[in-house]
Design a protein around this ligand. Structure first.
Ligand SMILES: C[S@@+](CC[C@H](N)C(=O)[O-])C[C@H]1O[C@@H](n2cnc3c(N)ncnc32)[C@H](O)[C@@H]1O
Length: 274
């Protein structure tokens, strides 16, 4: 797991984001969620997907939700801001969690949005402690998917819903590397949708919603062309999170989607009330 931790550990991330915001002329005292969106929603279709997931979640203001693999917390903050619920985000990366906390403070959302650096495989929370769970494009880095889902199941209250938005394999996997979540095959563990569904139900969940979002992902990346020469990167973008080869990674994701090497699944899994 160390190489995955290193991949998601850029130096001085918070200050780089602040520098980017300053360069594009944002007033830090009036910062909005949308201002941070280019860098803090690190998943396919960004805030558009997050908003769809929020609608799907039906999470309410009195709920406490866990965001497993929250990154720098863009969708964690948006979930809380738009529903009024409290959210605790966890992530393997200390650098991301430090950045997540500081950005949350900057937006004055720290009362309802908290973060901890920890692994999804050993959640430091009691059984039945959350009303809902939310996990966005983390499973690709998880080899032991049953252990991750058993942990999510354990910390959820009976009747609690887990919203998962995850990249899976497809009929022509293996994939071209690097991709946004992995520099090489040692960091990426994709299973096709049907085995993924089986792992979720084996952990004890009932599947309430199962949407294949691959076509939308394919359309979102359709414009990507093979990068040549020095990358022309924006001041604020996910290259700050995973490196300046992001355009190659996005281009490979486009090829992987086009050639049916990866797929994208959105699902709601429910912990039954026994
Ligand atoms: C593609 S990013 C998505 C981040 C965030 N969910 C978002 O949508 O912006 C994948 C995240 O999974 C985290 N991650 C990978 N393996 C993990 C593990 N075992 N436990 C917790 N987080 C992990 C990474 O540190 C990274 O932040």
């Amino acid at each position: 797991m160390n190489h995955i931790h290193s991949y998601y550990s850029p130096n001085d991330l918070y200050n780089k984001i602040i520098e980017g915001l300053n360069k594009i002329g944002k007033d830090l005292s009036m910062l909005t969620l949308d201002d941070l969106q280019p860098v803090d929603e690190f998943h396919i279709r960004g805030d558009t997907a997050t908003k769809e997931l929020i609608t799907l979640s039906n999470f309410k203001p009195d709920m406490h939700i866990i965001d497993v693999g929250c990154g720098v917390g863009g969708s964690t903050r948006r979930l809380s801001h738009e529903t009024g619920c409290s959210v605790t985000g966890i992530d393997l990366s200390n650098e991301y969690i430090d950045t997540a906390k500081r950005l949350t403070q900057l937006l004055n959302l720290q009362e309802r949005v908290k973060f901890h650096a920890t692994s999804a495989l050993t959640l430091p929370f009691d059984d039945n402690s959350f009303d809902g769970a939310w996990s966005i494009q983390m499973n690709m880095n998880i080899e032991d998917k049953p252990a991750w889902l058993k942990e999510v199941y354990r910390v959820l209250k009976p009747g609690g819903r887990a919203i998962l938005y995850e990249v899976c394999g497809n009929k022509n996997t293996p994939v071209y590397f690097p991709v946004p979540w992995a520099q090489d095959s040692s960091m990426s563990f994709l299973v096709p949708p049907e085995p993924f569904r089986d792992i979720i139900t084996s952990a004890g969940f009932d599947i309430e919603v199962w949407n294949n979002k691959t076509e939308l992902a394919r359309n979102a990346f359709a414009h990507m062309t093979e990068p040549v020469g020095e990358p022309n990167l924006p001041e604020l973008g996910v290259h700050l999170l995973v490196g300046n080869d992001i355009l190659t990674k996005a281009y490979n994701l486009h090829r992987n989607l086009d050639e049916e090497r990866v797929s994208l699944i959105e699902t709601v899994a429910v912990k039954p009330v026994n």
